[in-house]
Design a protein around this ligand. Structure first.
Ligand SMILES: [Zn+2]
Length: 292
């Protein structure tokens, strides 16, 4: 296990315990989330070592790397994914000033395949070798190991996307700095992460599925995203809701709580209704370099 001695964003060294929650998907072990006293950022502490974290991803129900069509939640997920891919492409088209799109944490490559078919020049980074192989064999999308991030030319990408990935990266500030270098000066970074300031997070508490311990290393709120990227001279220009996530996360949370599924839809709906501009279950942050 690795223990953060300083806050991954502000490097403050005083934390308070925020909550303890169980890893419901793989190990059934308990992990802790702490809150930084200086900047208010919440992060998992301690965390599994980087070379051990893979074990915590090995769950049959970890659907983002699978394309099986079993079970209610998976079925809903597949249906929603189709719709979501269209929405993501729309967003890329809206912000792209050129055709170079890079996706970090590309998974099985479905998003990049969608971009490629729309005429974009795509590059994907993905740590999981099986996922890379899947993307190449089934979708004709070539993915590279994540370390490639540090070999890319500066000022070379028009759009960089991270769909539910930033909460997984070990070297948060180092990677963010490198991403800001690889991005063109007039480029756009699109980051989607769960929002622990949402209604469903508060409602489910330790059962909130998007805490997803221990593989979610960080638990962002809008102010944390602003604070983190401000340090590399980037700012949030728009925040967009991911409205399906509140249903999906509520479904999983009810499953962990042993509750009923109808209540998940009710809470998913309530979460969206109660959300103001920046308090949805999961959100997309559009980021640009400042003064550009
Ligand atoms: Zn801090």
């Amino acid at each position: 296990m690795y223990t953060h001695e300083t806050c991954p964003i502000c490097e403050g060294n005083k934390f308070e315990s925020f909550l303890k929650a169980v890893d419901y998907t793989v190990s059934q072990d308990t992990f802790q989330i702490v809150k930084c006293i200086s900047c208010g950022f919440h992060f998992t502490n301690p965390i599994p070592d980087e070379d051990k974290i893979g074990d915590y991803y090995k769950s049959e129900s970890y659907i983002s790397h699978s394309s099986t069509n079993r079970g209610l939640i998976n079925k809903i997920y597949q249906r929603v994914r189709k719709h979501t891919l269209k929405q993501k492409l729309k967003l890329v088209k809206k912000w792209a000033k050129g055709d170079n799109v890079m996706d970090i944490g590309a998974g099985t490559g479905h998003f990049l395949s969608t971009c490629q078919k729309a005429g974009f020049n795509v590059l994907g980074l993905e740590p999981d070798q099986d996922a890379r192989r899947f993307a190449e064999t089934h979708l004709n999308v070539k993915l590279q190991p994540t370390e490639e991030l540090y070999d890319l030319g500066h000022n070379s990408k028009d759009i960089i996307t991270m769909w539910h990935v930033l909460e997984h990266v070990y070297h948060l500030k180092k990677d963010v700095k490198q991403i800001s270098k690889v991005l063109k000066d007039d480029g756009t970074l699109i980051v989607a992460v769960p929002n622990m300031g949402s209604f469903d997070a508060q409602h489910y508490g330790a059962h909130w599925a998007a805490y997803d311990l221990p593989i979610h290393l960080y638990h962002f709120q809008p102010k944390d995203i602003a604070n983190l990227f401000d340090r590399v001279n980037m700012g949030v220009v728009e925040i967009l809701p991911m409205k399906f996530d509140s249903y999906y996360v509520s479904l999983l949370s009810e499953k962990y709580k042993d509750g009923n599924m109808a209540r998940a839809f009710w809470n998913g709906w309530r979460s969206n209704v109660k959300a103001k501009n920046d308090s949805y279950s999961s959100q997309i942050y559009i980021l640009k370099k400042k003064g550009k």
